[in-house]
Design a binder for this molecule. Structure first.
Ligand SMILES: N[C@@H](CCC(=O)N[C@@H](CS)C(=O)NCC(=O)O)C(=O)O
Length: 253
């Protein structure tokens, strides 16, 4: 039975899982959910992922949810080809520490510029009652949506999010320096690289790549990631926000 993937093209968490599936050469059946239309809140999907977020996979009839858990699950279930976790227990613990940091810091912080710059115009078209009903229907992101409201996050929150993203770049530079690169853990591409990859792609998509312009080791890391054969099939047409939202096209010029 092929793996079934529920995801969204532009979703950073989904991009992690697509990359791992391609790295393993696994056949999968892809279901694309429209997150702005609320497909992730449909009862049939909530039965798979009660958190109402993507991605989720179903393997042998059993759902596995949360992108970090899915990545580890896939690497454990299909270690070859391309093992994405280091063999020693201490290195594995180090990789997981990086992944926790990435989930807690950049993966959360990136939502603030993403929503303010890309999604807000869509929410501003809703009536106040429609927006509140949409926000309140989200099991995981209700408070986040209500905090953003229809005017967006204030400058203070944008600045704090960009600060957390900048500190992530600094931490990546430390990891590359101590491992010798080209990847975060040295010669081996691991789940830690795949975990942080979509944040840098998103920052570049939002024209915020100045955050690492003074950090050549991170620029080199990013160029190396883009050269991986899994990168292009992961980022198929429509995976970038500038490809989906016409008002963002100007950011590219
Ligand atoms: N910790 C979860 C977070 C998943 C998540 O936030 N997914 C976003 C897309 S990247 C989503 O589905 N958002 C839909 C919504 O907010 O309604 C994971 O890593 O899978």
């Amino acid at each position: 039975m092929p793996i079934v993937l529920y995801n969204a093209p532009q979703s950073t968490c989904s991009q992690r899982v697509r990359f791992v599936l391609h790295a393993k050469g696994l056949a999968f059946e892809e279901h694309k959910l429209n997150l702005l239309e609320g497909d992730q809140l449909a009862p049939a999907y909530l039965a798979i992922n009660p958190n109402g977020v993507v991605p989720a996979i179903v393997h042998d009839g059993v759902p596995v949810i949360d992108s970090s858990v899915i990545m580890e699950y896939l690497d454990e279930a299909f270690p070859e080809p391309n093992p994405l976790r280091p063999p020693s227990l201490t290195a594995l613990a180090h990789m997981r520490t990086m992944m926790r940091f990435i989930d807690e810091m950049p993966a959360a912080a990136i939502r603030v510029p993403t929503f303010n710059i890309a999604f807000l115009p869509r929410f501003q078209k809703m009536s106040a009652a429609e927006f509140i009903a949409f926000a309140e229907s989200k099991p995981l992101r209700k408070e986040f949506m209500l905090a953003m409201g229809q005017t967006g996050f204030p400058k203070k929150e944008m600045d704090e999010a960009l600060g957390r993203l900048r500190r992530t770049v600094d931490r990546m530079a430390d990891w590359i320096a101590s491992s010798g690169g080209p990847f975060l853990m040295g010669d081996q591409l691991t789940l830690a690289d795949i975990s942080v990859m979509p944040t840098l792609v998103r920052l570049e998509d939002l024209n915020l790549d100045h955050l690492w312009q003074d950090t050549p080791s991170v620029s080199r890391w990013f160029a190396t990631i883009k050269q991986q054969p899994q990168f292009a099939p992961t980022y198929y047409e429509g995976s970038l926000l500038t490809e989906q939202f016409p008002h963002l096209a100007a950011l590219r010029t």
